[in-house]
Every structure is written in structure tokens, then in C-alpha cells.
Design a binder for this molecule. Structure first.
Ligand SMILES: CSC[C@@H](O)[C@@H](O)C(=O)COP(=O)(O)O
Ligand SMILES: [Zn+2]
Length: 209
């Protein structure tokens, strides 16, 4: 995709934040967003309501996380965004959410992968053409040391058999969705959140029977 300038990136993220906030996926000050722009990354500043962002809620950082421009502190989870950009030059947008479904499901699943099949909505994820395919999303244990968590993610995807696509889950914390542009990232986010919500409902129903 054409790399955006900072103002375009900010406008995209403000609009996405409104949409994500209306879905209830960034409660309180949870969540953070970023876009690869020009020679830097535009990230949300820490501590704001991500559903009600304005032009002053963003910073430019370089690939090492150094601040190039902007006010306040970059997201506490900037290191994780930068790891995802470093892992794939095709990644141009990262949207991190704290939905109930992603938070609960990532705790309920004890293993390190969320795997699902049987849903038509799997086709909302790039590369999927059938409900019969199995979609897998890696789950990482939460860690307050973001540099260490970012390194764990880098190490995991340095194994070529682990495909970096659509998103990752952080246990008891939320989802990081990513894609080649903001529209595709939004689609991955919505598709994954739908699948998480379906699985949560299915697990609850089965437990009640
Ligand atoms: C409501 S606390 C959530 C934070 O600890 C963090 O997980 C988060 O997503 C938002 O952090 P932020 O520094 O505002 O980008
Ligand atoms: Zn978070």
C-alpha cells in the first residue's frame, strides 16, 4: 500500500477508534492503535479513551520506539506494535482491543493457540475461503514487561511454521489485529472478534447442557 503521511494516519485512527469504541472493545483507557507512516510509526498516546481520540492523542516514534514528535507518552504497549511491524513489512496497521470475548476466551483456553473451524465468517480473514478450514491464532501469556513480551512474540514467529497473520491474543488481556492497510486490519479485527464471541457463546451453551 502507499505509505500514509502522519495526518492521514491520525485521521484513520481517530475514525477507527470511534468505530471500535462504539463496539465496546476499548473500555476505560484500554487498547491502542498504530499505523506505519512515512519513515516512522504513528501510535496512540498512553492513557486516553481510544474511542474519543483527537489530533493531540498521537505520537510519531521510530522503529526503536524513540519519540520523534508529539505530546505525552506513547502507548505502554508500543514495543508490541513495533515487533509486529518488524516481523512483516506488509503490516501497515495494528489495532489492539480489550473485548470481553477476547479477554475471557484467551483465559479459558489453556494451550497456546485458539483454533476454530466451522464458521462461515472465517472467510472474513484474508486467505480463508471455506468454513471447513482451521483458523489458528497464537495466544501469549500476558506480561507487564512489554519488551520481554515483544521478544517472546518475535521468537515465536521466527519459527517458519508459525504463520504471522490476522492477529495474536494476549491471555486475559486482549487481541492485536493487524493487516496490510487500515481497512483490512478493521476487517480482521471484526472477523476475529465475531469468531471469539461465537466460540464463547458455544462454550457457555455446551457447559449449560
Ligand atoms: C485499562 S489499563 C490497559 C493498559 O494497561 C493497556 O493494556 C492498554 O491497552 C492501554 O495502554 P495505553 O498505554 O493507554 O496504550
Ligand atoms: Zn492492552
Amino acid at each position: 500500500m502507499n505509505v500514509m503521511n502522519t495526518q492521514q494516519a491520525i485521521s484513520e485512527l481517530i475514525a477507527l477508534g470511534k468505530w471500535i469504541g462504539a463496539k465496546g472493545w476499548v473500555p476505560a483507557t484500554g487498547g491502542n492503535f498504530s499505523i506505519r507512516a512515512d519513515d516512522c510509526f504513528v501510535v496512540t498516546a498512553s492513557g486516553f479513551d481510544k474511542g474519543a481520540l483527537n489530533n493531540k492523542c498521537f505520537l510519531n516514534v521510530n522503529s526503536a520506539g524513540d519519540i520523534l514528535n508529539g505530546n505525552g507518552k506513547p502507548s505502554a504497549e508500543t514495543a508490541l506494535h513495533l515487533a509486529l511491524y518488524e516481523l512483516s513489512l506488509d503490516t501497515h496497521c495494528v489495532l489492539h482491543t480489550h473485548s470481553v470475548a477476547a479477554t475471557v476466551l484467551s483465559r479459558y483456553i489453556k494451550g497456546d493457540v485458539f483454533s476454530v473451524s466451522g464458521y462461515e465468517m472465517q472467510k472474513s480473514l484474508t486467505g480463508y475461503t471455506s468454513h471447513q478450514d482451521t483458523l489458528s491464532i497464537a495466544i501469549f501469556d500476558n506480561d507487564q514487561d512489554m519488551n520481554r513480551l515483544a521478544q517472546t512474540v518475535r521468537d515465536y514467529f521466527s519459527n517458519q511454521s508459525h504463520k504471522l497473520q490476522h492477529g495474536i491474543l494476549i491471555r486475559g488481556h486482549g487481541l492485536y489485529a493487524f493487516g496490510q492497510n487500515p481497512a483490512q486490519t478493521k476487517q480482521h479485527l471484526e472477523g476475529l472478534e465475531f469468531l471469539f464471541a461465537c466460540e464463547l457463546e458455544r462454550i457457555k451453551l455446551e457447559a449449560a447442557l
